[in-house]
Design a protein around this ligand. Structure first.
Ligand code: GRF
Length: 224
């Protein structure tokens, strides 16, 4: 059986990319990364692609939606996605909005990971915003992406506590550990054809029960 061909879109360090590459190699997901697309020329994610022997392509994407540069990126993305036979796009820390031509061609075939429990703390600073708001629980979300930011149907979430003294970096590191667990799982469900979208809800066929020893209550309850 041929494996699902992924494009992973990145802008930064690429630890999520690494977790996806590793899951492809270990067989946890029945997919292969056909190409890595990156809008930052010196992003470490491109080095991770190189080390794994996966093509990594720098595509400048422009800061603002609707600009000539951004539209050129849309066309270039579409061309590369076709060239590499991509079936599913996984945005993993891609800090730009994808263009309308890509969404048109890949309707229902674009995933994103967000470092907060959507719909809380949408936007580019989910970890920092959670710390500043003072919530005791945050987490991460894998969702189908649409042309807006962070608004598509949710596939899977993981919750983590925000601990006293946490800052953006320490909370971000705790969240990342869970991102690396839930993103490969969501991709595997997609690869297995087990995801069905009904309105805002994503049905996972034969979904396992939630992984929890008990609910995360933060701060904890006191026993007496
Ligand atoms: C992750 O926290 C992801 O949720 C967010 O950007 C970060 C990317 O991290 N969208 P990495 O490049 O995968 O390490």
């Amino acid at each position: 059986m041929s494996k699902l061909r992924l494009a992973v879109m990145v802008s930064g360090g690429g630890t999520n990319l690494q977790s996806i590459l590793d899951a492809c190699v270990s067989g946890r997901i029945d997919a292969e990364v056909a190409v890595v697309l990156c809008n930052v020329a010196d992003a470490y994610a491109l080095e991770r692609a190189r080390q794994t022997g996966v093509p990594g392509v720098y595509v400048p994407a422009g800061r603002k939606s609707g600009t000539v540069e951004w539209e050129a990126a849309d066309a270039e993305h579409l061309r590369l996605l076709a060239q590499y036979g991509v079936e599913l796009i996984c945005m993993a820390g891609y800090m730009r909005r994808l263009g309308p031509m890509v969404y048109q061609a890949y309707q229902g075939r674009v995933l994103n990971i967000h470092p907060a429990l959507l719909p809380s703390f949408m936007g580019a600073h989910g970890q920092r915003d959670a710390v500043e708001y003072g919530v005791p629980i945050s987490g991460c979300t894998v969702h189908f992406a649409d042309e807006q930011f962070d608004t598509g149907p949710v596939i899977i979430q993981a919750a983590v506590p925000v601990l006293p003294g946490d800052d953006e970096a320490s909370l971000g590191a705790r969240i990342l550990m869970q991102e690396h667990r839930i993103y490969p799982q969501a991709i595997q469900w997609y690869a297995q054809g087990r995801l069905r979208v009904e309105g805002r809800r994503v049905i996972v066929e034969k979904a396992p029960p939630p992984t929890m020893a008990e609910a995360i209550i933060s701060p904890g309850l006191e026993t007496r």
